[in-house]
Design a protein. Structure first.
Length: 209
């Protein structure tokens, strides 16, 4: 088991009980994401955690696949799906990298990446892979902490990781992230205002049709 998977396994129980930091902003993100979908859509939720987003999207589409590096997160997500009687979600365990072959290229109507892009070592590679998985005209929705600012996040995060209370985090700004998406081939890249404060960038993009 990787260090990152072990970290998130340890966090899973508490994570599942943690309240959303900004409920109003989260509800707006959910609404915008659902608006991209149709009853026939198949969607992938990368870094699905304990399934909160996947379960909120399930009744707006045909199927949601959830992927997380933590088997404990996925276990809790499956339990939540069963308890809620949601049967059009499936949860996989593993990293989102070149080894991810569970879903065929060009088969997805949408991909969601909430709070995950800043945790990936190869962000450009991940965006290229997301682009490849989407059908022409498919949507990509992301919500990403962009921590490059005047605040000295790097040494703080380094110390927190050494203490075992934070994962490995990549530091970049929203302009860099949008540039990476454009380089991957995405178009119509927009950052709708959802009322969120702080450093999180909420972005909606498309694969050309």
């Amino acid at each position: 088991m990787s260090t990152e998977a072990a970290f998130w396994n340890d966090q899973a129980a508490g994570y599942s009980q943690k309240p959303v930091a900004n409920p109003d902003a989260f509800e707006r993100k959910i609404a915008i994401t659902r608006a991209q979908m149709s009853p026939t859509s198949t969607v992938l939720d990368i870094g699905c955690g304990t399934g909160s987003l996947a379960l909120r999207l399930a009744d707006a589409c045909a199927h949601v696949h959830g992927l997380d590096i933590s088997d404990e997160m996925a276990r809790i997500a499956r339990e939540k799906a069963a308890a809620q009687g949601v049967d059009n979600v499936s949860f996989f365990v593993g990293p989102f990298d070149a080894s991810f072959t569970t879903i065929a290229p060009g088969s997805l109507d949408g991909v969601c990446a909430y709070s995950i892009l800043h945790l990936l070592d190869d962000r450009a590679g991940a965006l290229a892979q997301i682009f490849e998985l989407l059908k022409p005209g498919g949507f990509f929705v992301s919500s990403t902490p962009c921590l490059r600012s005047r605040v000295p996040y790097a040494p703080i995060l380094w110390l927190m990781r050494k203490l075992g209370i934070a994962p490995r985090v990549q530091i970049f700004d929203q302009a860099t992230l949008q540039g990476d998406m454009k380089a991957a081939g995405f178009v119509d890249i927009q950052a709708p205002d959802v009322g969120a404060k702080g450093t999180t960038a909420f972005i909606v993009a498309k694969k050309p049709g």
